[in-house]
Ligand binder design. Structure first.
Ligand code: NAP
Length: 475
């Protein structure tokens, strides 16, 4: 009974915000570059003012290193904000397009316009950045926004609320707290656009809910992002880069390398280098390192522990790591070898500090292995030979990619970021972020005498003569 009334309360609260924001939908859509920039600058000021408190909240929720938090959370948001402030006038400008001869006397342009009422659902990992960055782009594009941060990171959710409340009145940007049930209640409304970051499983539910109202969706999902190491790669650099990209945030990164494909004769040398890189980064006992993060909750910890154990039962070997402490949700940086391709750890996104290293005989075999699986969110190729890099990139599809490094493509706000197929739909960051929350309205203007006077019936062969003359002229 209590649960029912809680649900009724959340629905009433959501409805209150919805009705409130409805009044601002058009004034915000019609706001100028200067007004939007002023609004965005207020978020920047709030983030700068509360930077330490934000970082502390994330550190408390996720138990990771303060420096790592600053660079991956507040710094990245400020980078995206800086680019948006510098580029907004350009992005908002209508873009003239060419006119075909048949339409002489008209001109056309593409106007980016606010979508309207936007919902943002954030995940538990990088919980500040991944909730706030989409809001910035939604505001830049002139929308009213409701955001629901993940309930798994309550301290950060409180900071998201504080920062956004300091920068915006509730009728422009509002925060709704709550779990998956709150998200489901939000999804009952006819949003103009839903921006979801999270798992592929929940992403499917979001898309199904959006279909009820034909709401637009951007789905930023996960997947198994492979790292392919060509025989020409600089093995030591590849290992160090993989260790950094995999074990930052204890592997709870959507674009973390999920597994490695390496030539069979190079596998042991790679594993040795991975081990050295882990020791160099986190010391001989990563549990004692202030820089190594913990797993978010008991459920995720049991899942990861279970997938290591199940991989071992199916024939895999722990090359190093493998130890864990359920009390503190510590799971050591772990590398698995001899992993059967059909084992559990190779079926689902790992999303933790476990790295299976698989082998190939030819690079084509590695490409085929990736092609046979759902398109990943990211792909990493390590090769000094250009042909090898291109063979992997051209022979596969992924949301984004890095050559000779990992993860960093996310940090360049000039690159569109998003998945493909099961790893996501649509993209954002930089101009792509502004476009994600804008409707591109095609507008044609008639100048002088209307063309339709010439085009209207009775035709008497006039249209055929006209198109034939244009065709001759264009030859
Ligand atoms: P999740 O379980 O899918 O949750 C994401 C958000 O959806 C949370 O706010 C969650 O609320 C909410 N939610 C839960 N159940 C829902 C439902 N039935 N309907 C609607 N929303 C619901 O994902 P997560 O565990 O937080 O994040 C990890 C996943 O996100 C990984 O798969 C990772 O790869 C992916 N990810 C992708 C990106 C990207 O940019 N592509 C970035 C980060 C993470 P509560 O948490 O409050 O329950």
């Amino acid at each position: 009974m209590r649960q029912l009334s809680e649900h009724q309360d959340i629905r009433a609260e959501i409805r209150r915000i919805w009705d409130l924001q409805k009044k601002k939908r058009w004034p915000l859509a019609q706001s100028t570059v200067a007004e939007r920039r002023a609004r965005l600058k207020r978020v920047g000021a709030a983030i700068e003012k509360l930077r330490d408190a934000i970082n502390e909240a994330v550190r408390k929720d996720c138990v990771n290193a303060p420096e790592e938090v600053d660079i991956t959370e507040t710094h990245l948001v400020m980078e995206e904000l800086g680019l948006t402030l510098r580029s907004l006038a350009d992005w908002m400008r209508p873009e003239p397009v060419n006119t075909p001869l048949l339409l002489a006397g008209t001109s056309s342009e593409v106007r980016p316009e606010a979508r309207g009422h936007v919902l943002v659902l954030g995940p538990f990992n990088y919980p500040f950045q991944l909730a706030v960055t989409p809001v910035l782009y939604a505001v830049a594009a002139g929308n009213v926004v409701v955001v629901k941060p993940s309930e798994k990171t309550p301290a950060t959710a409180a900071m998201v609320r504080t920062v956004l409340a300091e920068a915006f009145p509730e009728d422009e940007v509002a925060v709704v707290d709550g779990d998956g049930a709150a998200a489901e209640a939000l999804l009952e409304l006819p949003w103009d656009h839903i921006f979801f970051t999270g798992s592929t499983t929940v992403g499917k539910k979001v898309m199904a809910a959006a279909a009820r109202h034909l709401s637009g969706v951007t789905l930023e999902l996960g997947g198994k992002s492979p790292a392919v190491i060509d025989r020409s790669a600089q093995l030591d650099w590849a290992a160090r880069t993989l260790v950094w990209g995999k074990f930052i945030n204890a592997g709870q990164t959507c674009i973390a390398p999920d597994y490695v494909l390496v030539a069979e004769e190079q596998r042991d040398a790679l594993v040795e280098r991975l081990k050295t890189a882990v020791t160099d980064s986190y010391g001989p006992d990563p549990k004692a390192s202030p820089d190594f993060c913990r797993i978010i909750d008991d459920k995720a910890f049991s899942r990861l522990r279970g997938s290591i154990d199940s991989a071992v039962r199916s024939g895999a070997r722990v090359a190093f790591g493998g130890d864990s402490d359920p009390a503190t949700r510590y799971l050591a940086p772990t590398v698995l070898v001899d992993v059967p391709a059909d084992s559990e750890v190779m079926r689902e996104e790992i999303f933790g500090p476990v790295l299976p290293v698989l082998t190939y005989r030819t690079l084509e075999e590695a490409v085929e292995f990736i092609r046979a699986r759902p398109h990943p969110l990211a792909l990493y190729v390590f090769a000094r030979k250009r042909n090898a890099r291109e063979q992997v990139l051209e022979g596969t599809a992924s949301g984004g990619a890095c050559i000779n490094t990992s993860v960093l493509h996310f940090a360049n706000p000039e690159l569109p970021f998003g998945g493909i197929g099961p790893s996501g739909l649509g993209n954002y960051h930089g101009r792509a972020g502004f476009r994600c929350f804008s409707h591109e309205r095609g507008v044609l203007r008639q100048r002088g005498r209307p063309l339709s006077l010439l085009l209207a019936p009775p035709y008497k062969g006039r249209m055929n003569r006209l198109t034939a003359r244009i065709a001759r002229w264009l030859e």
